[in-house]
Design a protein around this ligand. Structure first.
Ligand SMILES: Cc1cc2nc3c(=O)[nH]c(=O)nc-3n(C[C@H](O)[C@H](O)[C@H](O)COP(=O)(O)OP(=O)(O)OC[C@H]3O[C@@H](n4cnc5c(N)ncnc54)[C@H](O)[C@@H]3O)c2cc1C
Length: 312
């Protein structure tokens, strides 16, 4: 029986783990991918203490510190969460079952699907949701980036240095991104911008070979031959796993109070998965700190001790 199980091994999950073991809580993190969304970033420039640091380097530092403190970490996906009659939690992965007195949900955000024909079929065979991870596979090839926000323009900029040609396909008439990034993208000779354009399908034999696009301005359809499609149309909270235990907003983000409590005693949430308006590493970590201390306090009060908040 763990005192605490944390679902998710992004910055929120690892921070919660560090704080929990420092309170002598027997703690397990179950996470699909260590580092979470940080894996998709290349460099981080707003994490205090490092003017600029490669994201994989920061992830390794987080992981090392988490393990050094004695947090157990498992690379796995939680598939089912149940509550026993005495109030403790039972978490199932495909292979194992774990029990805990408290849970912190730190599942972050995952890429939004485009929902077009061929997207699922060619996932990993030309369709990608991470330019920083998969970009190098497309050296001197032709790719499309779908989307019009900062992530899409950032992906187009990164890919323009690797691929021979980048088509930036956006369904509306203007971008929603930083002006400096838009200017940068417009200045790249090998980026062709296609506004007001929808992708109708992604096609090929064994891997991506072409996309069919529809220009809504002149109502024309066109086929573009290419090797890869990078989908960058935002990120969503996939929280159905804990739907019975929490209240969620219209974006399926978990609603928490200032102590990161949910409607279920003993179950807390932290990081991008919550309804906090801003999504950043330091915010996720701050919320995770609160969550770990709240979980500790919850157990102390349950055990009849007077919780004394210590500021260290
Ligand atoms: C391209 C990009 C660049 C960014 N750049 C910056 C930046 O420069 N500075 C900054 O502050 N922020 C940046 N961010 C945002 C930052 O990465 C996030 O705010 C932060 O990672 C949120 O941390 P988190 O731990 O809450 O969630 P996440 O990082 O999303 O981690 C959640 C983890 O939970 C796992 N998980 C989900 N469901 C389950 C399950 N059922 N079982 C087990 N594990 C599960 C996920 O696989 C993931 O590993 C960037 C984000 C992106 C996408």
């Amino acid at each position: 029986m763990y005192d605490l199980i944390i679902i998710g091994s992004g910055p929120a999950g690892m921070t919660a783990g560090i704080y929990a073991v420092r309170r002598e809580m027997k703690t397990l993190i179950i996470g699909k991918e260590v580092g979470g969304q940080m894996v998709w970033a290349s460099e981080i420039e707003n994490y205090p203490g490092f003017e600029k640091i490669k994201s994989f380097e920061l992830i390794n530092k987080f992981k090392q510190q988490t393990l050094n403190f004695g947090v157990e970490m498992k690379d796995d996906e939680v598939k089912l969460v149940e509550k026993a009659e005495d109030g403790h939690f039972i978490l199932h992965t495909n292979r194992e079952t774990f029990e805990a007195k408290t849970v912190i949900v730190a599942m972050g955000l995952s890429p939004r699907r485009l929902a077009v024909e061929g997207e699922v079929e060619f996932n990993g065979r030309g369709v990608s949701y991470c330019a920083n991870c998969d970009g190098p596979f497309f050296k001197n090839k032709k790719v499309a980036v779908v989307g019009g926000g900062n992530s899409a323009l950032d992906a187009a900029e990164v890919l323009s240095k690797i691929a021979s040609q980048v088509y930036l396909v956006h369904h509306s008439a203007s971008f929603k991104a930083f002006d400096s990034l838009i200017d940068e993208v417009k200045s790249r000779e090998n980026i062709e911008i296609m506004l007001n354009t929808d992708i109708k399908s992604i096609e090929g034999a064994n891997k991506v070979e072409k996309i069919k696009i529809y220009n809504k301005s002149d109502e024309t359809e066109k086929v573009i031959e290419l090797d890869g499609v990078f989908i960058e149309v935002g990120r969503i909270a996939s929280t159905d796993l804990v739907a019975d235990f929490v209240d969620r907003n219209e974006k399926h983000q978990i609603i928490v109070n200032s102590k990161t409590e949910t409607k279920t005693p003993g179950l807390f949430a932290a990081g991008d998965v919550t309804d906090c308006e801003f999504k950043q590493i330091t915010i996720a970590m701050g919320q995770a700190t609160v969550a770990a201390l709240s979980a500790y306090q919850y157990l102390q009060l349950k055990n009849g001790s007077n919780f004394v908040a210590k500021n260290y």
